[in-house]
Ligand binder design. Structure first.
Ligand SMILES: Nc1ncnc2c1ncn2[C@@H]1O[C@H](COP(=O)(O)OP(=O)(O)OP(=O)(O)O)[C@@H](O)[C@H]1O
Length: 215
């Protein structure tokens, strides 16, 4: 399995945010993006996830059979700054929705909803509306979404921001288990996560530069 990016460039509005970004990750690898606020980490993650169109370059995902049938975005879980859960629905209802909606990709199986709640240390509160949970509990449940349906690539935007030390360790353990299982991880973070098999890419940004990338 491989995730490959070649000479990516992206704009937000009029501004070129980065250009000539390339990386090559095999199953089990992680790429951690670092850099100051506004340097383009989230933008790069969203391009790889297929949520933003790049200005230039390409992203290719090759599965374990060497086939490139799926765009990288389809093969990815994306955990952004927001949790992507409905406040009025219970934890079980939210996770059951995502499990049915996403389904498993070939190559792995998601856990059932109760198992995922247990895996993030919240088995006792799944009957509560998501909106009743504390900010840290909500983030744990957002992370549980990665476990209900199998995707080989996890794209994580500051996954451990505002978490206590216990939750941070738990997330790092789950990410490490995903890598050991052959998965690929792309994460933006301001604090070292202590992952294994990790490459670091420091984003520098262009500070509002409006130059083209084609000339
Ligand atoms: N929708 C938008 N339109 C125009 N500019 C945008 C838009 N979204 C983001 N930007 C700009 O793109 C640049 C890169 O933002 P991005 O969110 O990728 O940075 P980041 O490195 O993830 O920052 P942080 O560490 O604060 O999360 C910033 O200057 C931001 O203001």
């Amino acid at each position: 399995m491989h995730l490959y990016a070649e000479n990516l460039a992206a704009r937000r509005g009029e501004d070129l945010i980065f250009s000539n970004v390339s990386f090559n990750l095999a199953g089990g690898d992680a790429l951690v993006l670092t850099g100051r606020n506004g340097s383009g980490k989230s933008t790069l993650l969203r391009v790889v996830a297929g949520l933003l169109r790049q200005e230039k370059g390409r992203v290719v995902f090759t599965d374990s059979k060497g086939e490139s049938d799926h765009p990288a975005g389809e093969a990815s879980h994306y955990l952004g700054h927001r949790n992507a859960m409905k406040s009025e629905l219970t934890v079980v209802e939210n996770l059951a929705f995502w499990k049915t909606f996403l389904g498993d990709m070939a190559g792995g199986l998601g856990l059932d909803v109760d198992e995922t709640a247990e895996a993030v240390g919240l088995a006792g509160i799944t009957h509560l509306p998501f909106g009743y949970l504390s900010a840290g509990q909500q983030r744990r449940i957002a992370f549980a979404k990665l476990l209900v349906a199998y995707r080989p690539i996890w794209i994580l935007d500051e996954p451990t921001a505002a978490l206590d030390a216990g939750a941070e360790r738990l997330f790092v353990d789950l990410i490490t288990a995903h890598q050991k299982n052959g998965g690929i991880v792309l994460a933006a973070t301001h604090q070292p996560l202590g992952l294994e098999n990790v490459q670091e890419m420091r984003m520098t940004g262009f500070a509002g530069m409006s130059a083209g990338v084609w000339g």
